[in-house]
Design a protein around this ligand. Structure first.
Ligand code: 4AD
Ligand code: MG
Length: 480
């Protein structure tokens, strides 16, 4: 007798052999057919109960949502829909699920909206859709580590509590050990952080980049993969207050090398799920096809989910400078007809997501890498170009997603970096350690950050970032 996952048993040829399977009942039909799921695959295992020789009270406890342990022999299935099934010899109820109560939850077998599922995020992983998404999320995570490991990158674990604002955007969650009802005060009445846990003001990190840079300048090629936090009040389907970011950083690498790395990396991880998540992708693809049927023709997807992923793997990303992009946008129909909320009038304008999506979805119809942005709309650490007004920044824009990657070649010249910091009122004392790297063996280096949830969003075809992380954090929501 062997304990085995359903994903393995469904591929097994050990006909007549006895197995034990453990999982949750998805449905129990005709007092005979249990559809059992253990999370290892989207597919259920059919277990056929000999109801005539099974105790009635036991049969009544095989209900949707209950946890059961079944022992029986693997047999070729007579019914359509599955190759093999389990002929049940013994059933043990591990955990009951009262049908009256199940009825009130998303475990009940009917269509629930994604909003409803979000309210019961602790149970939604037991649905087909969320099982598929979360398995894919895990596979993508693995592929990311594998990609970097195969290429000689080391993972750097950068701190989660920091004293700096890497992006300079001021969107940080403060971390304090002080009693907020009674904070110590300085002479002039301000909070006295010297008495706080760390003896200074601290916050949750918005990015591991600055620390990753110091590690790249020692280990050569590094990447971070950790949670990052932004206290930006954006209630959109693309933003979370807590999200995971992958940030590679490479010494002796310029912006072109950075773009090559980012494109190759994204293609690799998408190819990985195409090869390793076939059942889940098929399910999610069909889900989208069903969803599209209720939409007007013009709003329906032109490509299936897997075709969309293959398209990304097979085609070069279009590389376009910010200046070229502004020209395209300025002359675009939605700009001329004043359809954009933010009209593009002149060079220097920050791009909003409506502009990014126009470029990707309408104009180029493929992933786009925009580079050489105006210095004053980008962070302080980006390398200034010879023109004195643009920086070696790059953003990767994806169809349906908008910005998926943000990165740059870093300013490696101490004097230029100091000038930029001064212009932005960033105190040198705060980043003395960062400046040190420019004093001791500075070199050209580059990196980028990829928002993990935006990648999962793209790979699963889901529409809302709150549905691709187990427990989403966004304004007003920190349940679970
Ligand atoms: O463009 P961002 O802000 O860049 C940085 O943080 C750099 N330090 C990265 C680097 O060069 N090492 O963020 C990088 C990516 C974005 O392109 C986006 O995919 C994702 O992180 N992102 C978010 N994802 C979900 N929710 C949010 N609120 C996000 N903010 C950024
Ligand atoms: Mg960005």
């Amino acid at each position: 007798m062997t304990y085995i996952s359903i994903v393995d048993i469904l591929q097994s040829d050990a006909i007549h052999q006895e197995f034990t399977v453990k999982g949750w009942v998805r449905s129990f039909r005709a007092n005979q057919f249990v559809a059992l799921n253990d999370g290892s695959t989207i597919k259920n295992l059919q277990c056929v109960v000999d109801f005539e020789n099974t105790d009635d009270t036991l049969l009544k406890r095989i209900t949707t949502g209950s946890a059961i342990i079944i022992t029986g022999s693997l047999e070729e299935s007579q019914g359509a829909g599955q190759r093999v099934e389990i002929k049940v010899k013994n059933i043990e109820i591990a955990g009951d699920a009262d049908p009256e109560e199940v009825k009130l939850t998303i475990l009940s077998p009917k269509r629930h909206t994604l909003e409803k599922l979000r309210e019961q995020a602790h149970l939604r992983v037991r649905t087909n859709t969320f099982g598929a998404i979360m398995r894919m999320r895990s596979k993508l995570s693995f592929a990311i580590h594998q990609y970097f490991n195969e290429r000689g990158f080391y993972q750097a674990h950068t701190p989660i509590i920091t004293g700096s604002d890497a992006e300079g955007a001021g969107e940080m969650f403060q971390v304090t050990g002080l009693n907020l009802k009674n904070t110590p005060k300085t002479e002039n009445g301000a909070v006295d952080y010297s008495q706080d846990f760390f003896g200074k003001e601290t916050n949750l990190t918005v990015s591991g980049q600055l620390e990753a840079e110091t590690y790249a300048l020692g280990l050569g090629k590094v990447y971070t993969f950790g949670p990052t936090f932004r206290a930006e009040n954006s209630n959109t389907s693309r933003h979370l207050a807590e999200f995971w970011m992958i940030e590679p950083e490479v010494a002796f690498c310029d912006l072109d090398g950075n773009m090559d790395l980012a494109e190759d990396f994204i293609k690799y991880v998408i190819q990985y799920v195409l090869e390793n998540c076939q059942d889940d992708l098929e399910f999610l693809e069909n889900r989208l096809i069903q969803e599209d049927k209720s939409k007007p023709q013009a709003e329906r997807a032109t490509m299936t989910l897997r075709d969309k992923l293959k398209f990304v793997v097979d085609n070069n990303f279009k590389r376009v400078s910010y200046t070229e992009a502004i020209d395209i946008l300025r002359n675009s129909k939605p700009n001329k007809k004043k359809k954009f909320k933010y009209l593009i009038n002149e060079w220097g304008a920050d791009l909003q997501s409506e502009h990014e999506r126009y470029l990707v979805e309408k104009h180029f119809e493929c992933p786009v890498i925009l580079f050489d942005y105006p210095a004053n709309i980008k962070a302080f650490y980006m390398r200034l170009n010879e023109d004195g007004k643009t920086v070696r920044a790059m953003d990767i824009l994806f169809p349906g997603i908008g910005e998926i990657v943000g990165g740059s070649q870093r300013e490696e010249r101490l004097d230029v970096l100091k000038e930029k910091m001064a212009a932005l009122d960033i105190p040198e004392e705060e980043l003395w350690w960062y400046l040190d790297t420019r004093k001791f063996g500075t070199c050209v280096h580059s990196g980028f950050g990829l928002g993990f949830e935006r990648l999962v969003l793209f790979a699963t075809g889901m529409g809302n970032i709150r549905d691709v992380i187990p427990y989403p954090r966004f304004p007003g929501h920190a349940e679970f």
